[in-house]
Design a protein around this ligand. Structure first.
Ligand SMILES: Nc1ncnc2c1ncn2[C@@H]1O[C@H](COP(=O)(O)OP(=O)(O)OP(=O)(O)O)[C@@H](O)[C@H]1O
Length: 407
């Protein structure tokens, strides 16, 4: 479904994105926007957020604070306020407005409207109550318990559908460029919503990749993008694969420390998979809820998506199909994750060959806890890696682990 062209047009005009015809005054777009009910009066947002009261603050993004609010009609909203000081933020802010105005999908956060009031610029979203995935997965053990396997699997499937929509089904291809756990919001029914389109790019029709300056988050960026600025849908697929493995392991890729011989969670996951011990990487919090074959399938999908060669990664279309299939019919990941040094070098084994190496044990419906001692991941030892992974390449200079947006 598309949002109305008028909404898009008026939004662009509001933030002065693109060209605007001379002579069309502010009254014009105010009038049309009011008709569409997409333009929010500043006063309404002030009232909804109790004058942007600190207790209503949900967090601080790259371009400014986000506040929770309630409109007079009862709708709950999240309001992003552009910081006056941030030039970088202004660019991301307008980019987010421009791209989100084009999309509408169950798994993409819904932009309800916008407000420009003097120097104030604000975006108004549906409020997504269950916080971002990183807060649940990495920041508190009690919250982690809320994410049983069924929820995690549904989250994986939902993000996959949202990304497929952005890549293939919205009216032009959108590459998100910053898929990560903190940009996945969860609603009251645990439906995942892809958020934060500050760095997203519209992709030229007919192009398979473009070269661009690197901007993204450590631990989630594909090696060909980090090393060569080569951006394609496969870069989002890579980041998605990282999120899948983070959901399975409960470990953040960029700050992994369970195994001193592994450079990152991805490196660890791949090595354990190759040893046929992949169930040992599963988050202990999932012991009673996960089924081994479904978990094994997700590990394999995560590893397929994070292969160093972008051509070997599945498309999001393929991922959605794989997730809907019965486990056991997947290709083998034939290449290690995030290997910039051996870019495009293929294994002699053809893709799709399912050899015995690295396959995971499990029969249909077998609960994970019946696989015995596999959960003691801290005692795992693996051979010394000679490869460098994405998380080692990207420097970590800010608390968000985010590289600055350069272009
Ligand atoms: N629609 C929403 N509903 C509920 N919470 C939201 C919504 N949008 C954003 N938030 C919360 O507001 C905070 C800031 O979000 P924002 O997307 O601006 O930045 P971020 O992703 O945390 O950081 P960065 O910009 O560095 O990636 C986050 O904690 C996020 O969970």
């Amino acid at each position: 479904m598309r949002k109305s062209k008028n909404f898009m047009h008026n939004l662009l005009k509001t933030f002065k994105i693109g060209s605007s015809k001379e002579g069309q005054g502010e009254e014009d777009w105010e009038r049309i926007a009011a008709q569409e009910q997409k333009h929010f009066a500043f006063e309404a947002l002030v009232a909804a957020t109790k004058e942007f009261h600190p207790t209503h603050k949900l967090g601080q993004g790259g371009f400014g604070p986000v506040y929770r609010g309630k409109l007079e009609d009862g709708r709950e909203i999240a309001v992003k306020k552009l910081s006056h000081s941030s030039n970088q933020g202004k660019k991301e802010f307008t980019n987010e407005a421009r791209l989100l105005a084009r999309v509408q999908h169950r798994n993409v956060v819904n932009l309800l409207g916008y407000c420009a009031h003097g120097s104030e610029k604000l975006l108004v979203y549906e409020y997504v109550p269950n916080e971002s995935l990183d807060k649940l997965l990495f920041k508190s053990d009690s919250k982690k318990e809320l994410l049983d396997w069924k929820r995690r699997f549904d989250i994986i499937a939902g993000i996959a559908r949202g990304l497929l929509y952005l890549h293939e089904d919205s009216h032009s291809c959108i590459i998100h460029r910053d898929i990560k756990a903190s940009n996945i919001l969860l609603d009251d029914k645990w439906v995942p919503k892809i958020a934060d389109f500050g760095m997203a790019r519209l992709f030229p029709e007919g192009e398979t990749h473009v070269n661009t300056r690197v901007a993204g988050t450590n631990g989630y960026m594909a090696p060909e993008y980090v090393m060569h600025g080569s951006l394609s849908k496969a870069a989002d697929v890579y980041s998605f694969g990282v999120v899948v493995l983070e959901l399975v392991t409960g470990q953040r890729n960029s700050s992994f420390n369970l195994d001193v011989n592994a450079h990152s969670m991805l490196d660890w996951a791949y090595k354990m998979y190759k040893k046929g011990r992949s169930l040992e990487i599963v988050d202990p919090a999932l012991a009673s809820s996960a089924s081994a074959d479904q978990v094994a399938m997700c590990i394999q999908i995560g590893l397929l998506c994070t292969q160093g060669d972008p051509h070997l990664r599945p498309t999001m279309n393929r991922v959605v199909v794989l997730l809907s299939k019965k486990p056991g019919s997947l290709d083998e990941p034939i290449m290690k994750p995030g290997l910039p040094g051996s870019r495009y070098r293929r294994s002699r084994r053809p893709p799709g060959l399912s050899g015995s190496t690295g396959t995971t044990a499990g029969t249909s419906g077998t609960p994970l806890h019946s696989f015995g001692s596999g959960f003691n991941t801290s005692s795992t030892t693996v051979s010394t890696a000679t490869t460098t992974t994405t998380s080692n390449i990207a420097s970590s200079s800010d608390p968000h682990g985010k590289r600055p947006m350069q272009g």
